[in-house]
Design a protein around this ligand. Sequence first.
Ligand code: GLA
Length: 415
Amino acid sequence: MRHILNTLLIVICILYPIKQIAQENTNLAPTPPMGFMTWNYFGVNIHEDDLKSLADALVESGLRDLGFNHIFIDDGWQGGRDNKNNMIPDPKKFPSGMKALVDYVHSKGLKIGIYSDAAQLTCAGYTASLGFEEQDAKTFAKWGFDYLKYDYCGAPSDWQTAIYRYEKMAKALRESGRDIVLGVCEWGDRQPWIWAKKAGGQLWRTTADIRDKWFSGQKNIKNSQVLHGKGAGILDILNINAELSDYAGPNGWNDPDMLVVGLYGKKGAPSSDLGGKGCTDVEYQSQMSLWCLMAAPLMITCDIRNMNDATKRILTNKEIIEIDQDPLGKQSKRLVNNNIWQIFVKPLSNGDVALGILNISDKEQIANVNVLDLGITGKKKVKDLWSKKTFSLNSSGNIKVKLASHETVVYRLTK
Ligand code: GLA
């Protein structure tokens, strides 16, 4: 009997750590996460009925099958804590409870994300997770969430505390019994690209919140903190995020914030303040192009239940999405950055290369680009991923293209 017990004990001792390791899935975000996020359209005015119809729309529009496979609930869902300190959703917004909504979203072949903050209150003033990390992580896991956006409003500004608080939540999520992706959201203020992956996050915001506009007019901004309160546009965010390509890769992505594509300056939405009057379709198409070249998480925020043709065309371009989701996971390098042009090169897993050319000037311009000068060699065929036109590359490697103000062309170059 004693012999059997000893053997059993030894087996348990060997198996337990193996089980622990097996539970730690370190491949939670091999490609940048994609989906619909509530913030820029709904703000805190979210409701389970809307979330269900948004899940339906992801499926019906074909967006889910193109990779947009999450509903991300942002701030405003919280209803405080119960008498055991368990977080509860606002009963008016979620009358059926969180589990029912999560089950509904899962039944549509989608995943679902939730939001909290590393302080006592969130950015919009709701109950947050400081001091309740383990308990909240377990609650999120019990409800069935797959993703947590973890914000940093109300927390101290030093790096050490930020790293500590994110590590704490990451550990709590790992131990929650469910695979939950952690999105770090401290807006790039403490250079999270240096520490967030090690702390246990799979992506990290690199800038202040995006507004529905092209540019704030602030030139040469290197530090995201300067952008707070100024209203960061697509170009502002691009100018910061484009320089961080060395830090991105599978399971650790630079997050330049949500797509504003299709919002058209929606009044009253968080993306409409600080000059967020909306963009042109050319600019929205540029955002989609540039975010995909930068291997960014793709979080749609317009009302996908009512997209116009232009929005649908921009968001459902399969070949552009493939650039974003390429398994090699390289963020493009910005090789040219002057008063007229920005040029991006992204190597792809099958040896192809994506090339993006953006005209940042306020006039139509003709680009004359030599791909050999950009270090792209051995390529013969070129496909324009927006017009779908293909052409052969001449031996000199020159590409000439006319681009409208703020337009981005994206080419895929093949052998
Ligand atoms: C911060 C974040 C936004 C959004 C709001 C919610 O500003 O950066 O993305 O989550 O909080 O209050």
